[in-house]
Design a protein around this ligand. Sequence first.
Ligand code: GAP
Length: 509
Amino acid sequence: MSNQPSLDLQTLTSLCKRRGFLFQSSEIYGGLASTWDYGPLGVELKNNVKAAWWKHFVWERDDMVGLDASILMHPDVWRASGHAAHFSDPLVECRECNLRFRADHLMPWKVYGKMGRQKDFLGYVTDINPEWSLSDEADSWHYALARKRGYKDHVAKPTEKSVGELIDSSDIPCPSCKSVGSFTEPRQFNQMLTTHLGPVQDDASLTFLRPETAQGIFVNFDNVITATRRRPPFGIAQIGKAFRNEITTGNFIFRTREFEIMEIEFFVKPGEDNEWHERWTRECMAWYTELGLDQARLRLRPHEPDELAHYSKATSDIEYKFPWGWGEIQGIANRADFDLRAHTQASGQALSYFDDAAKQHVVPYVIEPSAGVDRAVMAFLADAYTEEEAVSAKGKPETRVLLKLHPTLAPVKVAVLPLSRNERLAPTAREVHHLVRRSGAIDGLVQYDDAQSIGRRYRRQDEVGTPLCVTVDFDTLDDQAVTVRDRDTMTQDRVAIEGLAQELRRRLE
Ligand code: GAP
């Protein structure tokens, strides 16, 4: 029985801390808001997500190459790309308490507040008082738009103008101090984080921490096609950190100011872009379900024209139904030739390829599948969380918590457990551990665990999603065989130590 429908964020957060998936950053100093550190198991899970993505979209394709561009780039990159001017959110400040909010997050609150369904969109708003209810906005254009589009749990990102109109004319109380009519006019707040390079901190040394990895790919387009002799259709993939000075953050690792993106810029002939856009949307969706995400908790949401990013001709989001509601885990955008033309114009360097058939230089169009690593981690964790009725070693009913993670993603692939911490069992158990770990058959962490009773150790491994446990008992000393226990079915089979690693590999596959 999956407990996911009633899974709350607190349950997931505390499991993650207790078992070493995620810790609050700088916790001993009181923590830094919405920054998180991946613990010993978290880093394994996150690396497995990235490795699975890279294997699937780079190694297993003929039309893809990789790149790892630097985080710091020439500031002109961000002027040319439009980020300096357009990468912003509408911000309002409460004149009473001086707290700041994203204006477009307050509007859905009005709508849902009226409907008494605040919980449905808590993913959009974090600085919200759950007790808050509102009076009179159900007929706003915003709700009407959402209703027209058939969205029950989502409303479109509004424009700055419409936000301004609504906030001016409305009675939205401040989510923090509840003052009414206290918001300033919305103003655009640029999300790029800045820093200074070199010893002098002036305008000339000002630069940005990249808000997306994409620009590192665009500015290297000519280098890559020269080095690899690639021609469209082909893509450049990259995984790396991005930074955004989000006005509101929260929902654990869903919206943070430092996060990782797995991104592809796929270059195609102009005119073939719509077809490739659809193809990439299908392929990206399939990646999540192949790694075990429940199809019923995934949906595709095309952007309305008024919510498209400044570079986008069309975008579809893949959304996952998190414990608090639907949230974007990936966007697939058609960026057309916006970026390559912008950089060509600003840098003077032509970013195009020679089309042999057409005998002319062509600026390709770009399809961009862009996925958040941390959001994928969170979706895989939430989806895997399961509670089952079980019976303890002492015969008492208990709840078994397990993470039904796909074996490819599981942070620990196999745990080797001596039946008890016994000096007769330890040498054989250590030998089995060594043998499995060094066999080359298991692609990931093989853990040795002998602390506490065997029942507790099984539960501990279930709770972190370990697919297989290998138990060394006293019979092992005679029959040179061990017990292999399956996480999901809890079935146990006797398997000979000889050939054990290959058998474990077979079961993990
Ligand atoms: N180059 C396109 C681009 O960056 P985006 O939709 O702004 O597109 C890509 O970001 C993905 O990064 C999103 O689909 C989301 O999964 C993730 N993401 C965006 N902002 C984030 C944040 N503040 N915290 C965590 N993940 C974020």
